[in-house]
Design a protein around this ligand. Structure first.
Ligand code: ADP
Length: 480
């Protein structure tokens, strides 16, 4: 296959490519704002149609055996891996992600399918001792029903598979509403699922630009049992309000404000390498990206010097060029945010010691800012771009207080060689994820998710399927 064999232009509903609206929207390559393709701009009525088809398909899909679902997931996994170069090209074109990272995302995203293909066979219930002599008690874990998955542009594949692989594994059917920035990757993998043999209506993808109306249908339609969302905290709150009427189950993976603490006993070179990986992955546009670097005062200057040297080597450009490490910002909203954050930080005493400029409209240089302070916009908000502010702290207590001083609680990182400190600090950090002496923390084998306003629920790991099942307790009485 070539990548163009995997380019589709309309929603996939009930086993067919379909459009109701005749207008199209453009999918833009953020590198040069050229048009990659045009996609039919469907809306709420198509979402409703997809929900109807998922609801119909659920009647039979939920009765399939775990082995059958497992084997379909494995076939889908194999097809994605076999076509990874083609999918990576599409992903890089529509998101600007450097090609090596796109390939990495495909392996990572597909690994959730493989993992939950295995886990599908282990959706165990319990046998519980009877609470009187003649009672026998068991539990069943049953699929919740139709799942609505609303996903962002920064991981066009992995944020879909992380949600729908566990859902499919337990017997749910799904309606995916991918970001309007990156619908092409979503359509490509839905096609491969179809080729793998998933029955019609089990996996549906609806593409369109009217996010709020499409989201409303998913939240308000009584045939949908659960919403799984990855995106901003602002939109997460809207969805939660919309789901409150029907008390729909929700999983929410929302914003982060990751601290990266370097204590004075840390291996500084290791910390610098971790900061580079954790900060500049996809140009800083991931929810676990380092947002605030906190460095203890007596190693502050050494760390800054080494961090500047390492950052200088990051090449900016078109993600299709294999040497490029920093691609373009996704859209004009991101450009404005970088401008606002830098201007605000400089006004409040921050000093730019590397970068700080746009080298073309979509390209912002990897930027290091020292003398960052907690009143800056970039200390309170998710930067989602290649700006690295460095804060100074004196004591461990101060570092913990600064790290926790945020409404968010997704990923956090710290570097130290002191064993006692690793225990103290990991317990004190109010975060769902803690990386110690490590900047790369994601895997299908671990529970990913946040606390506070970073969301609820966990994705991946042995816990991942729990969010797509109801536990039914069965009491058999009067056993003689
Ligand atoms: P980001 O800033 O990363 O794009 P958003 O939360 O705005 O984060 O978007 C994440 C996903 O949610 C995208 O697919 C987007 O289209 C969608 N979205 C945005 N607003 C709404 C809404 N009101 N209802 C449902 N989905 C929405």
């Amino acid at each position: 296959m070539t990548y163009t064999d995997l380019l589709f232009e309309k929603s996939f509903v009930n086993g067919e490519w379909i459009n109701e609206n005749t207008t199209q929207f453009e999918i833009i390559n953020p590198v040069d704002l050229s048009i990659i393709s045009r996609v039919y701009n469907d809306d709420r009525t198509m979402v409703k149609r997809a929900i109807d088809s998922a609801s119909e398909a659920f009647k039979t899909w939920k009765k399939t055996s775990a082995k059958e679902r497992s084997s379909l997931l494995m076939k889908w996994y194999d097809l994605i891996i076999a076509n990874k170069n083609e999918i990576a090209t599409i992903m890089t074109l529509e998101s600007g992600k450097p090609i090596a990272e796109s390939l990495g995302e495909i392996e990572y995203g597909a690994s959730y399918i493989q993992w939950f293909a295995e886990e599908a066979k282990r959706n165990y219930g319990d046998v519980i001792p009877g609470f009187t002599t003649e009672k026998r008690i068991i539990t069943l874990k049953q699929a919740v029903g139709v799942v609505g998955a609303i996903t962002p542009w920064n991981f066009p594949l992995a944020m879909i598979t992380r949600k729908i692989a566990p859902a499919l594994a337990v017997g749910c059917t799904v309606v995916i509403r991918p970001s309007e920035e990156t619908p092409l990757t979503a359509l490509a993998i839905n096609y491969l699922a179809h080729k793998a043999g998933f029955p019609k209506g089990v996996i549906n993808t609806v593409v369109g630009t009217n996010a709020s109306e499409m989201g409303k249908e998913l939240c308000e339609n009584s045939k949908v049992a659960k919403i799984s969302f990855t995106g901003s905290t602002t939109v997460g709150k809207i969805l939660m309000q919309q789901c409150s009427d029907s008390l729909k189950k929700m999983s929410l993976e929302l914003g982060g404000n990751a601290p990266f603490i370097v204590f004075d006993d840390a291996d500084i070179d290791l910390a610098v390498a971790g900061a580079i990986a954790g900060k500049f992955r996809f140009g800083g546009q991931t929810c676990v990206c380092v947002n605030r670097i906190l460095v203890q005062e007596n190693i502050y200057e050494t760390f800054v010097e080494k961090f500047i040297e390492a950052t200088k080597s990051l090449k900016i450009g078109n993600g299709l060029d294999t040497d490029v490490k920093i691609g373009p910002l996704i859209n004009s909203k991101a450009i404005t945010r970088m401008q606002e954050m830098i201007t605000d930080a400089i006004k409040k005493g921050g000093k730019v010691v590397l970068g700080g400029n746009f080298i073309a409209p979509q390209f912002f240089e990897p930027t290091i800012m020292i003398d960052a302070s907690v009143d800056m916009l970039l200390a309170k908000n998710e930067i989602f771009g290649p700006i690295a502010p460095i804060f100074k702290f004196k004591t461990e207590e101060e570092a913990i207080e600064m790290a926790n001083d945020t409404i968010y609680g997704l990923a956090s990182y710290f570097y130290t060689k002191d064993l006692n400190r690793t225990w103290r600090v990991r317990e004190a950090l109010e975060y769902g994820i803690v990386g110690i002496n490590d900047g790369l923390i994601s895997s299908e084998m671990v529970p990913f998710g946040g606390v506070k306003q970073s969301g609820q629920g966990r994705e991946g790991s042995k816990y991942g399927m729990d969010y797509y099942v109801d536990i039914k307790y069965i009491c058999i009485g009067n056993v003689e």
